[in-house]
Design a protein around this ligand. Structure first.
Ligand code: MLC
Ligand code: AMP
Length: 460
């Protein structure tokens, strides 16, 4: 079963969003009502606001055996049209036109029959280097096995409460941050917008574990250095876990110095869920994502050959954690999966003791900003739709807070549009987190003899 506690729910707290709380028993009864509403649907889009409604909707859809298509509640029109067109949901929950979920509904009776473990539980949209985002089909088997592997790695149990402020339309916040606690019979405390004081307050209360992206830990480090009480509260955590992007060694060290906590890193991807994790009992080496989680095989490959320890190779992954394929994209699926191994595009080095250190990415056209993966091509396409843009190239550059920030290099077609206008344009068409943070104006883009833009020359 994907969520076994729903069969034997108790009166302990399961979900907390601000002052809105549901126990496991209340969640089970409310989710059964959603499942009855969902009926025999195949796919259900859920506007993933950080609320109880979203969690009840997701659990209800999973109970009904359908797949959830989580939607960023701040999504722009072009991206929304793509996701709805590509996934063709039978039902939409939340948002401007969807049905609403009543978290106070209580339906008794038995749970619906458990769906096939190989059936998709989610279609999560993820950016590629070019074109619109691809829908990653995640089977129930991958989620169940991966959450169990993480529970093992982190000694994570029903006694834990996870606190976080992650968005609920990606793997990190939704699958690890909500389904993890629910599968284990524990609790999640979502604080809404990220705020170091709210995190610290939760950790001095019932919360034991924090999940966050490096940007959040960067902000936490600065605030803990400035406020000893805050640092002491964070110091009470059982475990601080960082993922979705590389945690800089400096931020790792700053947090340890201020709070006594050594952050545990894990490495994952929408298509694979979590591949590597530092164990709760393991050596917490800054810059390392630890060894593979139990049941997952990780190998490093260069030009088809395995590379020895200490040398750089691309990470390939095999195991029960893998996705089924990209929705409607057999070409992209075939490209990514070879003989059962998934090619991540991440470059890494392995130590003799099995610890993995990620050193970069194969594609320069993928940007990780605030833990969000963003394809340069999709932003370029959006910017080209602006009448003031004749030509454009998008790159990522280092940013202390976001890891990388999105930079647009624009050749205007007349009077240059302002940076704000271009940012608003991208936010309205795609999503706010995909907007350029910096805009440079050029007379022409640097190109090679083939006419291809040489992005490396832009930063030079
Ligand atoms: C800003 N906003 C706009 C806007 N500019 N809205 C419309 N038009 C514009 N031009 C809004 C934003 O929506 C937001 O609203 C607010 O202004 C601030 O936005 P921001 O500046 O983008 O926020 P920022 O401070 O940069 O966010 C940092 C952050 C965020 C860390 C909180 O990046 C974040 O939540 N990251 C998590 C990403 C994540 O979960 N990745 C996991 C992927 S899964 P409001 O209302 O929100 O204030 C994965 C696999 C794995 O990677 O291994 O985990
Ligand atoms: P996404 O496609 O949004 O799921 O993002 C997955 C990508 O995030 C991976 O391919 C990595 O590039 C990156 N990533 C996730 N966790 C880590 C980590 N701990 N360290 C470095 N990169 C990470």
């Amino acid at each position: 079963m994907l969520l076994p506690t729903l069969a034997v729910p108790d009166e302990r707290e399961a979900l907390r969003f601000g002052s809105d709380v549901l126990t496991h028993a209340e969640l089970a009864a409310a989710a059964k009502a959603v499942a009855a509403q969902v009926g025999g649907a195949r796919r259900v889009a859920v506007w993933a606001t950080p609320t109880l409604q979203t969690c009840v909707a997701v659990v209800g859809v999973l109970l009904a055996g359908a797949a959830v298509v989580p939607i960023n509640p701040k999504i722009g029109e072009r991206e929304l049209a793509h996701i709805l067109g590509d996934s063709s949901p039978d039902l939409v929950i939340g948002g401007p036109d969807g049905v609403t979920v009543d978290v106070t509904a209580r339906l008794d009776g038995p749970l619906p029959a458990e769906a096939d473990p190989e059936s998709p539980a989610f279609v999560v949209y993820t950016s590629g280097t070019t074109g619109p985002p691809k829908g990653v089909l995640l089977p129930r088997r991958a989620i169940a096995s991966n959450l169990d592997a993480l529970a093992q790695a982190w000694e994570w149990t029903a006694a834990d409460t996870v606190v976080h402020a992650l968005p609920l339309f990606h793997v990190h916040g939704l699958i690890l941050g909500v389904l993890g606690p629910l599968r284990l019979g524990g609790a999640v405390h979502h604080i809404g917008k990220f705020d170091t004081h709210a995190i610290a307050a939760a950790l001095s209360g019932s919360a034991t574990v924090m999940f966050g992206v490096p940007t959040m830990y960067h902000r936490l480090a600065a605030d803990c250095e400035a406020d000893a009480d805050l640092a002491a509260a964070v110091g009470r955590a059982r475990l601080l876990v960082s993922g979705s992007a590389a945690l800089p060694a400096t931020d790792h060290a700053r947090i340890t110095k201020a709070t006594g906590q050594e952050v545990v890193e894990r490495y994952g991807m929408t298509e694979t869920l979590m591949n590597c994790a530092v164990r709760a009992s393991g050596d917490r080496r800054p810059g390392f994502v630890g060894p593979p989680v139990d049941g997952v095989e990780v190998r490093l490959v260069d030009s088809g050959a395995l590379v020895p320890d200490g040398e750089i190779g691309e990470i390939e992954v095999r195991g029960p954690n893998l996705f089924l394929g990209y929705l409607n994209r057999p070409d992209a699926t075939a490209e990514a999966l070879r003989d059962g191994w998934f090619r991540t595009g991440d470059m890494a080095v392995r130590s003799p003791d099995g610890y993995v250190r990620i050193v970069g990415r194969r594609a320069t056209d993928l940007i990780k900003s605030g833990g969000y993966k963003i394809g340069a091509g999709e932003i370029e396409n959006a910017l080209l739709e602006h009448p003031g843009v004749a030509e454009v190239a998008v790159t990522g550059e280092p940013d202390e807070d976001l890891g990388e920030r999105i930079v647009a290099w624009v050749v205007p077609s007349g009077e240059p549009p302002s940076a704000k206008e271009l940012a608003d344009h991208v936010a309205a068409l795609l999503s706010p987190h995909k907007r350029p943070r910096v805009v440079h104006y050029l007379d022409a883009l640097p190109r090679n003899e083939m006419g291809k833009v040489t992005k490396r020359a832009l930063h030079a």
